[in-house]
Design a binder for this molecule. Structure first.
Ligand SMILES: [Ca+2]
Ligand SMILES: [Ca+2]
Ligand SMILES: [Ca+2]
Length: 568
């Protein structure tokens, strides 16, 4: 039985409505407003009491390279803390839901690299258990909320693969295989009453809905787990993967083929080169056989460590430190709020079918309780028509549909570049993405136009026009700091009818300004414009014969553009 009584959860989740608005220019500068019910507070405890247990199988297995040979990581412990929906709060309480049999989705969390021993702080693997740094306990805040909303939430202690670098197996493969070992435990405990608590979880875990979340090296590790599971046909039903400030170092460059959410921190002083950005760019590319939703939240002032309380000073754990760098820093509690406000909705969307949370990922609602935190979403739907992803060659005059690209002729920059951190054809050193895109610079009113060829012009089956954009850090020459400006996006029909939608760049759906600290980073965010917003003379623009997408700029600016799409 897989049905879950979410009605109570839904009732508890309803909260204040938010107001979103976009400034519509065009004829008469009307202001369009739409009220949106806001179900976005993922940090509010849900309807379930939270039970807790731990498990610890010391030295249970060796991580051996494919094909055999000596252990890459010997005597690996299978140890975790578990929070789950319970009849009553406390240790070992019955799982909630009886007498109606309910199975709860499983979310497994894996921490990243850190000191393993606290006295002194080191990466030793020989200290007494009492001196081990409780790296896996740093996500209790997240497990508690997840459990209260009906998830069995598990945080793995990766002690034996932490600060242990084997020449025989990559750190990330080791972490991925450790995650899979835990999933095998849960598969068995659900299937038969063999768990250490007398069958507490027998038939109570929905192993058809598994989510993974990993932080730092754990973020690359959980993506590796999803990859290995698929590549080796292990059969675990991993349905959603989240990475928090992840590394991206394994030469295999794992790419998830399930919904992926990347949470990435602008003030990260540990993975300060933001290499994890590349994982978003590589996922669900045009032409990939499997297309999944992907989303990303780029958060100013967030550091690497505050997502884990065991790594945060003030929680009584040794070896904690604030790695953050740059201005506008978030407090540790605000940063955890960002995490639960985004990660919990992500798993509720994909493991509990709570589709309203998609509005959050699409930046159609503001995040509750985080006023003043500057953060930008990226989102890509599997269903789309890619007008231009700029990924086929380096020709600025043609888009991905084969249509011509033209401009008004006066852009100071109009060219395609690699948005990477190194290699040929970079615009400047502020990019950390892994894709090819467009740079436009201007100091007078200019228009960029990309054309849909005949046969591609019926977009009436789509709901939105999406673009990824980022303002480029240039020392204030074209992009002056903290200077709001507007640009307009227009559609033109084959019959010549034009409708514009303009955006205030300080608004909800806005273009990220680069985080000028921590080395200065240009990061793209997604702008999604509902197609029904394109109106002319009070009438919605007909969408069955759209000939061109136009970007219209005034004053001055320097902007990176990628992924112009008609989409769901
Ligand atoms: Ca061990
Ligand atoms: Ca091109
Ligand atoms: Ca691209």
């Amino acid at each position: 039985m897989k049905s879950i009584p979410w009605a109570a959860a839904r009732r508890a989740l309803l909260s204040a409505a938010a107001l979103t608005s976009v400034l519509v220019l065009g004829t008469g500068c009307a202001l369009l407003k739409s009220r949106v019910a806001v179900p976005q507070n993922g940090c509010t405890p849900g309807p379930y009491a939270v039970g807790q247990v731990d498990y610890n199988f010391e030295d249970e297995f060796d991580l051996v390279p494919t094909g055999g040979g000596p252990a890459a990581y010997p005597n690996v412990d299978v140890r975790a803390v578990v929070r789950y929906p319970a009849t009553t709060a406390g240790v070992g309480q019955p799982v909630a839901g009886l007498p109606i049999v309910v199975q709860f989705p499983l979310v497994v969390v894996l921490h990243g690299n850190h000191a393993t021993c606290s006295n002194p702080c080191s990466g030793s693997h020989s200290c007494a258990p009492a001196d081990r740094v409780p790296n896996h306990r740093g996500y209790d805040y997240l497990l508690d909320i997840l459990a209260s909303w009906g998830f069995v939430a598990v945080s793995i202690d990766g002690f034996d693969v932490t600060a242990a670098f084997s020449p025989l197996m990559s750190d990330y493969e080791g972490r991925g295989r450790l995650v899979l070992r835990h999933l095998a435990k849960w598969q068995a405990w659900d299937a038969s009453p063999t768990d250490p608590w007398g069958g507490l979880f027998h038939r109570r875990v929905d192993m058809s809905r598994v989510g993974l979340s990993g932080h730092s090296r754990g973020g690359e590790g959980v993506v590796a787990a999803e990859f290995i599971n698929r590549a080796e046909g292990l059969g675990f039903q991993i349905k959603a993967v989240n990475a928090i400030a992840p590394t991206d170092q394994d030469p295999l460059h794992y790419v998830p083929q399930v919904p992926y959410f990347l949470l990435i921190a602008a003030s990260d002083g540990d993975v300060s080169n933001l290499q994890g950005l590349r994982t978003y760019d590589r996922t669900s590319l045009a032409g990939a056989a499997t297309q999944s939703e992907k989303s990303m939240l780029w958060v100013y002032g967030a550091n690497h460590n505050f997502f884990n309380t065991a790594w945060t000073p003030g929680f009584g754990t040794a070896c904690a430190l604030d790695d953050g760098t740059g201005e506008g820093r978030l407090s540790a509690s605000t940063q955890r709020h960002v995490a639960c406000q985004s990660i919990v909705p992500f798993f509720r969307l994909h493991l509990q079918d709570r589709r309203r949370f998609r509005k959050l990922l699409r930046s159609e609602v503001v995040v509750e309780g985080l006023d003043g935190v500057r953060m930008y979403w990226s989102y890509q739907d599997p269903t789309r028509r890619e007008v231009d992803n700029f990924d086929s060659g380096d020709d600025r005059t043609t888009n991905s549909l084969g249509g011509p690209v033209t401009t008004s002729g006066g852009f100071t920059t109009f060219d395609e570049f690699e948005f990477k951190s190194s290699g040929p054809d970079l615009f400047n050193a502020s990019f950390r993405h892994f894709t090819h895109g467009l740079v436009l610079g201007w100091n007078s009113t200019q228009t960029y136009e990309t054309t849909l060829p005949a046969g591609q012009r019926d977009v009436s089956g789509y709901r939105a026009l999406a673009l990824r954009m980022g303002q480029i850090l240039d020392g204030g020459v074209l992009n002056r700091l903290d200077t709001p400006r507007t640009f307009r996006v227009a559609l033109r029909t084959a019959g010549g009818v034009v409708a514009n939608v303009g955006f205030d760049v300080t608004g909800l759906q806005s273009v990220p300004f680069p985080y000028e600290y921590n080395g200065g980073k240009t990061v793209l965010g997604t702008i999604r414009i509902p197609l029904k917003s394109f109106r002319t003379g009070g009438v919605a623009l007909p969408l069955d014969d759209i000939q061109a997408v136009l970007l219209e700029f005034r004053d001055s600016g320097l902007i990176a553009v990628d992924d112009i799409q008609f989409t769901q």
